[in-house]
Design a protein around this ligand. Structure first.
Ligand SMILES: [Mg+2]
Length: 199
């Protein structure tokens, strides 16, 4: 059965040209397993969904720019996890043949600094705040969410974030929340995802 969105939501989503994502609690399920021994050096294990990676690919396939802006600091296991993931996304065949743009990653960025990183990135990709969507889950994301034209969050986001969101995913963070946003944007553009390259 095809998912139904309101016309207002579709009109808002149709304007989106760029998507900014938080990492923990948005791309991951917001938990970490600690106290682990090697090979999980630094004792941290995080969980994320391939459905979200595919959602990011679909956005890139229709020319939407994507940035990850996270408080994870360089050198930590969490930062290495997202750095490795973005490197993998940026070495896919569609990037190598020039069809897709690379995903940008900012680490070690919190609260108001997320807006500074966002503005720097938006300037570089030539998109204004009004045509940018952001997805985040907690208080550190509030300045970034307030800065953009379209606010999204996982259903597992804090209540204060869900209350300010234009779009709340059906699936939890780390389990398809980002894919839900991608699906909305594709539907808003009337694009059938089965017609797009997947990697
Ligand atoms: Mg978060």
């Amino acid at each position: 059965m095809k998912k139904e969105y309101s016309e207002i939501l579709l009109a808002q989503a149709r304007k989106i040209k760029a998507v900014a994502l938080d990492c923990d609690g948005t791309l991951t399920d917001n938990t970490e397993a600690t106290g682990l021994d090697a090979p999980f050096a630094h004792g941290m294990l995080k969980r994320r969904s391939h459905s979200d990676g595919q959602g990011i690919s679909l956005l890139r396939a229709i020319g939407i720019r994507v940035v990850i802006i996270t408080g994870e600091a360089g050198g930590t296991a969490g930062a290495r996890m997202i750095t490795t993931l973005v490197e993998r996304w940026n070495n896919l065949p569609s990037v190598e043949d020039g069809s897709w743009q690379k995903v940008t990653l900012y680490t070690d960025v919190f609260c108001q600094s997320k807006v500074a990183a966002l503005d720097e990135w938006l300037k570089g990709v030539g998109v204004d705040r009004e045509h940018c969507a952001a997805m985040g889950d907690d208080l550190v994301d509030v300045p970034m969410l307030r800065a953009v034209g379209f606010r999204a969050c996982p259903i597992t986001a804090e209540e204060v974030i869900r209350e300010m969101a234009d779009f709340v995913s059906e699936r939890p963070a780390g389990h398809g929340a980002v894919r839900d946003l991608a699906n909305l944007i594709l539907t808003a553009h009337g694009i059938d995802p089965t017609t797009l390259p997947t990697k």
